[in-house]
Design a protein around this ligand. Structure first.
Ligand code: URP
Ligand code: ZN
Ligand code: ZN
Length: 463
């Protein structure tokens, strides 16, 4: 099957230019102007007036994550389908090692969830919640199998939490096997003490935001950066939300340390105020929590100056009715996480490019190219060039839509952005040469997504 995408403007992290793209099978085989006159194709997609961009890559999702006695609602089928509607063609999800279990058991469970269900390509990172001699040894095998990143937590004592010694041992292992440690950096031990005091004064969701001080994200971020420095490895800070944490990342990068970080749309567009309004605030409970609005310009500055390299979603959806309400009498029991995999590209186009904060090239870079480079998928994914996977989005930068739970495709009963109007939307979404979404219709296939065996993050080591 040969498909010609004609008349569009190719937008990559490097630049933008008018050109046609010829796809043969699963790959891009030719790029040039006026290809319609010189090549034959089974189908031509008219991209005039629109951008032709590499499909979005969301390197932080949690399909079916067990949390707080329940499971994140999206399966690999519903979650990757929703991702595709929003112009994302690759996700990297977090497989979970439960305490007392091996990495292998967690990984096998995640392969079973995804295989035959995902509609777009997917990879895995591994959550390590039990650092032992055995699990450290298993890390090497996972790196060899294309799962080269490991998330550890200074938060959630008793669940995912690791102490500094455990984190340091995992880092020392990646110094040898080339893997990358991803850190959830909040001082969970102190936060739990503050949260216990806070809940005694009031059980509403706002307590979640008030208890998780931004300074304690800054402290933990600084600490894990220094642990990585001592272990002589790169480190990647996930879902960075606070000015204090960004300051720690910036300082490390200014010193030349291989420190990397992502933020998420919720920290750019939502705020602590959303946690108010009584129990409605439960819809916005995630960790780290939404911060006061004054953190947002700092995060945008971080994205402009490349102290933040990636925007991922931390997609972890729980229904308001039947899941978030597990915490109606105690905010500490609200499952942590927000839906977002479908809206990332449009929110960042609207709030970033249309609002004049970032260029369209930087938009592509933070949502696709940088994640591909940092997580061992580049240049197969993350750009438009000859030989790459034909993960392509024909994106209309002018179409306006209103975000709503009534029309979204995520398996969750609310939207954090209900009623928000955004400019920019994916018209055609192609995954490895097959159209999966066209004009608001899903025409892909359950199970068509393939597991991505990823390389180690050489880019992180070089930077
Ligand atoms: O609130 C969040 N972020 N839930 C998902 C788990 C995590 O810490 O990433
Ligand atoms: Zn986390
Ligand atoms: Zn997460």
């Amino acid at each position: 099957m040969r498909t010609l995408i004609s008349g569009g403007t190719i937008v990559t992290a490097e630049g933008s230019y008018p050109a046609d793209v010829l796809v043969d099978g699963e790959r891009i085989v030719q790029i040039g102007q006026g290809l319609a006159a010189t090549v034959s194709a089974d189908e031509t997609i008219d991209a005039s007036g629109r951008y032709v961009i590499p499909g979005g890559i969301d390197v932080h999702t949690h399909m079916e994550l067990p949390f707080g006695g329940t499971f994140a609602k999206d399966t690999f089928e519903t979650g990757t389908r929703a991702a595709a509607f929003g112009g994302t063609t690759t996700v990297v999800d977090f497989a979970v090692q439960s305490k007392g279990k091996s990495l292998r058991e967690g990984l096998d469970a995640w392969h079973a969830k995804a295989e035959g269900n995902a509609v777009i390509d997917y990879g895995f990172h591994m959550i390590m919640s039990d650092v032992t001699d055995a699990s450290l040894a298993e890390m090497d095998q996972l790196v060899a199998e294309g799962i080269p990143d490991f998330k550890l937590f200074t938060a959630y004592p008793g669940v995912f939490y690791s102490d500094d010694g455990a984190i340091f041992r995992a880092m020392q292992r990646t110094a040898k096997n080339g893997g990358l440690i991803m850190m959830h950096a909040e001082n969970g031990l102190a936060i739990d003490v503050i949260a216990a005091d806070t809940v005694a004064a009031g059980t509403d969701p706002i307590g979640h935001g008030l208890a998780r001080y931004s300074g304690l994200e800054g402290e933990a971020t600084s600490r894990v950066i220094r642990l990585a420095e001592a272990a002589k490895v790169p480190v990647y800070i996930v879902h960075l939300s606070a000015r204090e944490a960004l300051d720690a990342v910036r300082m490390a990068r200014d010193e030349g340390l291989p420190t990397f970080a992502e933020t998420c749309p919720q920290y750019l567009f939502l705020s602590l105020d959303d946690l108010g309004h009584g129990f409605e605030g439960a819809k916005f409970v995630c960790s780290p929590p939404l911060r006061t609005e004054d953190h947002q310009p700092e995060l945008w500055k971080g994205l402009v100056k490349d102290d933040l390299q990636v925007v991922s979603t931390d997609h972890c959806p729980f229904d308001f009715h039947g899941q978030k309400d597990l915490g109606k009498d105690d905010f500490r029991k609200i499952p942590n996480g927000l839906p977002g995999v479908e809206d990332r590209m449009d929110l960042l186009h609207d709030g970033g490019v249309v609002a004049g904060r970032i260029s369209k090239e930087r938009w592509v870079e933070i949502t696709s190219t940088a994640p591909a480079r940092l997580f061992g998928m580049y240049p197969r994914k993350g750009t438009i060039s000859v030989g790459t996977d034909a993960d392509i989005v024909v994106y209309d930068p002018n179409r306006k839509r209103t975000i709503s739970a009534k029309t979204h495709h995520m398996a969750v009963d609310y939207s954090c952005y209900e009623g928000r109007s955004v400019q920019g939307a994916a018209d055609v979404v192609m995954s490895r040469g097959s159209v999966v979404v066209r004009s608001g219709e899903f025409i892909g296939r359950r199970g068509a997504g393939q597991f991505l065996k990823r390389a180690t993050a050489d880019y992180a080591r070089m930077a």
